[in-house]
Design a protein around this ligand. Structure first.
Ligand SMILES: [Zn+2]
Length: 474
């Protein structure tokens, strides 16, 4: 490739407040059209917006999660434009004084600078009915609180962008700011991309691709754009500054409109909302309220719990799964054993049944109990897997499932002693070799006794009896 891509992102995230950002309508997803609107969020003249305190707190948390400065002073502005899903004909946003600035997130080998995070309101939605040939305006989303995260143009590869978006989604989830569901639109990514020749220092003209809704589409859209812009420059033509839409079916981007400049929106300070002041003390209170973030959890899992790095990452990648794991180890702190069962058998059943950990009919305590029964020699490791499978199908406690399904190992010590003696007397030469120091032969005896004793025998018990018999010198 003769060119270097230069990429920056604008990420919109819907915040998890109970009500909208400037009125008391519920902030929810789904439902009937226009059943969560009031005079304020539907833009009736003369109504006054009131800032939702929680929206400010969550935006500050997002800033802390992304290494930003939370500003003591921020203020709202009107961004003026007309579109049928925006009944006021302006959007309330923060233009000149955003709530957070100057963040930094490290991904792969690169530092990505966050220019700013500001609070704004979402617009409504147009629902197009092709059959009737009409479009309807649904204002339920009007006034849903958003943050917009704006990065500097610091990305140079597709992979950096994808890893970054996953990282941001994870941090916002852990911080409780946003549920970060790309597919449902609670996290939306706009990509600004230009290319420049290898020996150049000067950025090229950029195109903006709007509203990408999966990690995969982000990658495909960027790759398409790099190719499209490279072809233009190769032919001596120019890239036009414009907004483009990515078509998932065709894998290409199409021009939507020429890119507006800030002055096209005639921004001015929102006269109906006083500026937001946050004291240093309030900022440190918010900081103290921050839940454990994924990086911290990773350190706890790898340093304190001694989990392998890959296992720790897998658990942390799903917050609910990780919370479930934490509850299980808080009951019975066998970190590695519980991790193995969850990443193995529990995950396998989640995949098979299409469930998420939030839907399963058993509790973290049940997983802890299953491991404890294995440790106590009541059930075998295989039985633990069977128990997990049955818990997925019909719930129930591990203890009861083990009894009902004959999974409890028998304590048949007397009978076993006989079997062990039999095996040893049939293999006198091997016993002698073992006693002469070939300790590896222990496995051979274990195998022989297991085979003779049959299924359902507690291996720990066999091991104990064998050790006893072999160490005695008769
Ligand atoms: Zn409302």
């Amino acid at each position: 490739m003769k060119y270097i891509p230069v990429i920056g992102l604008e990420i919109h995230a819907e915040m998890l407040t109970r009500s909208k950002v400037f009125c008391s309508c519920a902030n929810e997803f789904g439902g009937d059209r226009n059943d969560r609107v009031c005079p304020r969020c539907s833009g009736m003249p003369g109504t006054l917006p009131v800032v939702n305190h929680d929206a400010v707190t969550l935006a500050a948390k997002a800033g802390i999660a992304l290494g930003c400065t939370v500003n003591n002073y921020s203020a709202f502005d009107r961004k003026n434009y007309f579109y049928p899903d925006l009944p006021k004909a302006y959007q309330i946003t923060q233009f000149e004084f955003p709530i957070c600035t100057n963040g930094l997130v490290h991904v792969l080998d690169r530092d990505i600078r966050i220019n700013r995070i500001h609070i704004e309101e979402d617009a409504g939605k147009l629902v197009h009915d092709d059959y009737e040939g009409i479009s309807m305006a649904d204002y339920n989303r009007c006034g849903v609180p958003l943050i917009e995260i704006v990065t500097e143009p610091d990305f140079r590869t597709v992979e950096e962008v994808q890893v970054f978006v996953e990282e941001i989604a994870l941090r916002l989830k852990y911080a409780g700011v946003c549920d970060a569901k790309l597919e449902q639109g609670s996290l939306r990514v706009d990509v600004n991309i230009s290319i420049m020749p290898f020996d150049s220092q000067e950025f090229g003209t950029r195109a903006e691709i709007k509203n990408l809704n999966s990690i995969k589409s982000i990658g495909r859209a960027i790759e398409y754009e790099i190719e499209r812009q490279s072809e233009l420059l190769d032919k001596g033509q120019k890239v036009v500054q414009e907004t483009r839409r990515f078509n998932d079916n065709h894998g290409n981007t199409k021009a939507l409109r020429s890119k507006e400049e800030a002055h096209d929106y005639r921004y001015f300070p929102e006269p109906d909302i006083p500026p937001v002041y946050i004291t240093d003390e309030e900022i440190s209170d918010i900081r103290a309220l921050m839940p454990e973030m994924p990086q911290q959890r990773y350190m706890r899992y790898t340093n304190d719990y001694k989990l392998p790095a890959d296992d720790a990452k897998l658990i942390i990648a799903d917050k609910a799964f990780s919370d479930f794991y934490d509850s299980a180890v808080s009951v019975y702190p066998k970190f590695r054993e519980i991790s193995n069962l969850m990443l193995g058998e529990v995950n396998r059943n989640l995949n098979d049944t299409g469930k998420t950990i939030g839907d399963v009919p058993f509790s973290p305590e049940d997983i802890a109990e299953t491991i404890k029964m294995t440790d106590d020699g009541k059930i075998s490791k295989n039985a633990a897997k069977t128990i997990v499978k049955i818990m997925f199908e019909s719930g129930g406690t591990p203890e009861k499932i083990a009894k009902d399904n004959d999974l409890i190992m028998q304590d048949n010590s007397d009978e076993l002693e006989g079997i062990v003696e039999g095996v040893l007397s049939e293999n006198e030469e091997t016993v002698a070799a073992y006693k002469n120091g070939n300790e590896k032969l222990f496995g051979f005896f274990m195998g022989q006794v297991m085979a003779a004793a049959g299924k359902g025998t507690n291996p720990k018990l066999i091991k104990d009896i064998l050790t006893k018999k072999l160490s005695n010198n008769q």
